[in-house]
Ligand binder design. Structure first.
Ligand code: KIV
Ligand code: ZN
Length: 509
């Protein structure tokens, strides 16, 4: 088989990135984009870990009918039952059972011997198989395990019904050559390995996750586990876009393909970054802002004469457009909708009306509205959490001889206008203090970043913040041609998420 199955774990391992927690609506939106990308399997969550994860897996299973939907589970009855309950409505359900196999994990975490672990793995897979045909098993920390023990476990779980066996490099420790020979050892020493698909799952602690995954498929694996933008536990997982584009661009070398529609990569990257608040570094391969930018004169000259001189991939192949001018203030609703369709946004009538209004307001301030502006606007207007508080007005006075002062008006859930003012060390601080006086939910601002969406003095600014409250991190985003307004929107956005999770709205004081 020269086709590699793409197993996306953005919603499970990706969500384990510090501070990347997503709500159910956000997970559904990402799952829909993964479907458009053409991934073969979506790992939608770990149902035993929380009621929210269970619900997200259940809803994704019910809605998406093409890809297989996978639920992760410990090798224990309660977790398997919970995982099955969440995923059973899927057209193609999969249960993914994991249990550690390394001596380090057995001694310090499980406090069990190998025989006991072997038996637990066998029994867990047999139970999962009694519910579901498609079963994956992962011996966690496999690359630091005794290979002979891994052979034994794999043989046992395949006998018990596992159809995919995944070899996680849980701590990102292996190297391409070592991983390839580990997989070749499995092919040579597990007698029934022909009955299962071998899968690779690599973490990026040494920056080798994609290289190890590529070595894995060269050695015979036919499923790769990866995430959009490479997000995931600690340094992250293998990045889907890098793996997929490596196979595509070097088809001459690997002679392998995937079912991914690469033109959806840019949208997927942007969506995951927006919803998790994890900004993509500019020099990131494939999806970084500089990935297709040419700075040196010699390179620019070469690309103008012939793109192939310095470009191994076409930006259009990942769905990156040339940031064309879209429209101005006289453009109509019909043309706006057509542009949204072209950019891959499918909106219901209510969201379309909101987006069109926001577009008109932007076009009033900014002469030329480009595709990047529309993307920022969509992230701002459409992907915001259900609003408890709505920002009505922000007004600041600041300068080098002024005490920064802000006045803010919010609409509360009853439609009442709340207004207050505050002083601060700077204009953003003053705005945030004024909002705090109105909302009254204690939190700490732990990250604040602002970036420009496009070039030019009238460019939109995008603000991403993280706030912490009660041990949880909430991300907020806002975009505007005025960065103080964008900062206020980002803060209200984060507070709305906080309030939604807590289920409380405190009266203003
Ligand atoms: O990295 C890992 O070992 C995992 C397993 C749960 C597959 O994510
Ligand atoms: Zn992992």
């Amino acid at each position: 088989m020269d086709r590699v199955l793409v197993f996306d774990t953005t919603l499970r391992d990706g969500e384990q990135s510090p501070g990347a927690t997503m709500n159910i609506e956000e997970k559904l939106e990402i799952a829909r984009q993964l479907d458009r990308l053409g991934v073969d399997i979506i790992e939608a969550g770990f149902p035993i870990s929380s009621p929210g994860d269970h619900e997200a897996v259940r809803l994704i299973s019910e809605e998406l009918r093409r890809p297989a939907i996978c639920a992760l589970t410990h090798a224990q009855k309660e977790a398997i039952d919970r995982a099955w309950d969440a995923v059973k409505g899927a057209a193609r359900p999969r249960l993914h059972v994991f249990l550690s196999s390394s001596d380090i994990h057995l001694a310090y975490q499980l406090r069990k011997g190998r025989e006991e672990v072997l038996e637990q793995a066998r029994e867990a897979v047999a139970l999962a198989k009694s519910y579901c045909e498609d079963i994956e098993f992962s011996p966690m920390d496999s690359t630091r395990s005794e290979p002979k023990f891994v052979y034994q476990i794999l043989q046992a779980v395949i006998e018990a019904g596992a159809t995919t066996v995944n070899l996680p490099d849980t701590v990102g420790y292996t190297t391409p050559e070592e991983y390839a020979s580990f997989l070749k050892g499995i092919l040579a020493n597990v007698p029934n390995i022909g009955k299962a698909i071998i899968s690779v799952h690599c973490h990026d602690d040494l920056g080798l996750a994609v290289a190890n995954s590529l070595a894995g498929v060269q050695a015979g694996a036919r499923q790769v586990e990866c995430t959009i933008n490479g997000i995931g536990e600690r340094a992250g997982n293998a990045s889907m876009e890098e793996f997929v584009m490596a196979l595509r661009t070097r088809k001459d070398f690997y002679n392998l393909e995937t079912g991914i529609d690469t033109r959806q990569i840019h949208s997927a990257s942007r969506l995951v970054s927006d919803l998790t608040g994890i900004v993509v570094q500019p020099n990131k391969a494939i999806v970084g802002a500089n990935a297709f930018a040419h700075e040196s004169g010699i390179h620019q000259d070469g690309v103008l004469k012939e793109r192939l001189t310095y470009e191994i991939m076409d930006a259009a192949s990942i769905g990156l457009t040339s940031n064309k001018l879209v429209m101005g203030k006289h453009s109509g609703r019909h043309a706006f909708k057509k542009h949204l369709d072209d950019l891959g946004y499918q909106l219901d009538d209510e969201k379309l009306a909101r987006a069109f209004l926001a577009f008109k307001q932007l076009a009033d301030k900014k002469k030329d509205v480009t595709e990047r502006d529309i993307e920022a606007l969509m992230a701002d207007e459409i992907r915001t959490a259900h609003e408890t508080y709505h920002l009505e007005l922000v007004q600041v006075s600041c300068g080098d001889h002024n005490l920064p002062t802000a006045t803010v008006k919010l609409l509360d859930p009853q439609g009442e206008t709340l207004a207050d003012a505050a002083l601060g060390t700077g204009p953003v601080d003053a705005v945030y203090r004024a909002i705090n006086r109105l909302v009254g939910v204690p939190n700490n601002l732990i990250e604040f970043s602002v970036k420009s969406v496009t070039e030019g003095i009238d460019a939109m600014g995008e603000v991403t913040i993280r706030i912490e409250s009660g041990g949880h991190v909430y991300i907020g985003r806002g975009a505007s041609t005025d960065i103080i307004v964008a900062s206020a929107k980002a803060y209200v956005n984060a507070l709305n998420k906080l309030v939604a999770v807590r289920g409380t709205v405190q009266a203003s004081t």
